[in-house]
Design a protein around this ligand. Structure first.
Ligand SMILES: NC(=O)c1ccc[n+]([C@@H]2O[C@H](COP(=O)([O-])OP(=O)(O)OC[C@H]3O[C@@H](n4cnc5c(N)ncnc54)[C@H](OP(=O)(O)O)[C@@H]3O)[C@@H](O)[C@H]2O)c1
Length: 271
């Protein structure tokens, strides 16, 4: 990990639950020295306590980066305590859903470099995808630094505008849960066709994992991959006629689901 500013000034993690721990694990695995990391969390896990990071003690006055990973509802308590780090060189990177850059600027000062990020939980196994967007004070240098940090847990994409983060939340932020539900529903449908629950679940999980990996690796688009396995009048075509129905299939259903998540993200941002 390219970490000269972090080595010199330190990296602080505010909140180290599921998402914070997933990222910390990725950084440490990539060789970030634990002594450069300061974590603040009221109930540190046993895993966190055994990592050799600085935990809940004195923090550097101006760390290179503060990664904010508390729940949105804790933000108003946790972030203003770091206001002295605002308006300076410390870059704040937030992964919180629904807390806008403007809200951080109000809590930390309007000259504070801020990057807002939306990761997802496959970050825990290094297979996440995170979208990032910066305020003027962070600029492209701040985006480069945030990307360096977040790429420890998966892919990183850059947004043109902060409003796009609601759509990202609807697709990739909340998306893993849609896929988990698809696995549940596929397994239940297999059971209805006479398979044991264990066998149906094993088939559903491996199918989703394998198809996902194939979609990532293949040169063909997902549409072409679908066509490749659909023989005329065959079994797959019979199922796809149900799933691709314009009124009741996946397209209208997922459009409504993603819109509902994006709407909720906008609502959270309004407070
Ligand atoms: N999980 C996801 O899929 C996902 C995806 C995208 C974005 N995010 C964002 O990531 C953020 C964290 O989510 P999470 O799932 O990791 O939540 P989490 O597991 O509850 O982690 C939050 C951590 O922050 C700690 N905390 C609470 N108040 C604090 C304070 N004042 N100072 C320092 N630490 C404090 C919590 O301690 P206690 O448990 O003792 O309260 C907890 O360990 C959220 O803002 C969420 O929107 C999560």
């Amino acid at each position: 990990m390219q970490e000269s500013r972090i080595a010199k000034h330190g990296l602080m993690l505010l909140g180290c639950g599921k998402m914070g721990s997933a990222m910390l694990e990725g950084w440490l695995a990539r060789g970030l020295p634990p002594a450069s990391v300061w974590v603040r969390d009221p109930n540190p896990s046993d895993w966190l306590k055994s990592q050799g990071v600085n935990l809940n003690g004195e923090t550097p006055e101006t760390p290179a980066i503060v990664l904010v990973a508390v729940k949105p509802q804790m933000m108003g308590d946790a972030v203003p305590q770091l206001a002295a780090m605002g308006n300076g060189e410390t870059l704040f990177v937030s992964v919180a859903a629904g807390t806008t850059i403007a809200t951080f600027e109000k809590m930390l000062g309007h000259q504070t470099p801020i990057v807002r990020a939306m990761p997802n939980t496959p970050a825990a196994i290094g297979r996440g995808i995170t979208a990032i967007v910066a305020n003027k004070h962070a600029g492209s240098a701040g985006l480069d630094e945030a990307e360096m940090l977040l790429s420890a847990v998966g892919e990183v994409v850059r947004l043109e505008d902060e409003t796009q983060i609601d759509a990202v939340t609807g697709v990739s932020g909340s998306g893993p849960a849609y896929v988990f539900h698809m696995i549940e529903a596929m397994a239940a449908a297999g059971e209805a066709q006479g398979l044991s629950p264990e066998m149906a679940m094993q088939l559903a999980k491996a199918t989703v994992a394998g198809a996902g990996a194939l979609a990532m690796q293949a040169d063909e688009s997902p549409s072409q991959l679908r066509v490749n396995v659909t023989s005329p009048n065959g079994t797959t075509q019979a199922a796809l006629e149900v799933l691709m129905d314009e009124k009741s299939g996946f397209p209208p259903l997922l459009k409504r689901a993603v819109a509902a998540a994006a709407d909720r993200s906008r609502e959270l941002a309004r407070g």
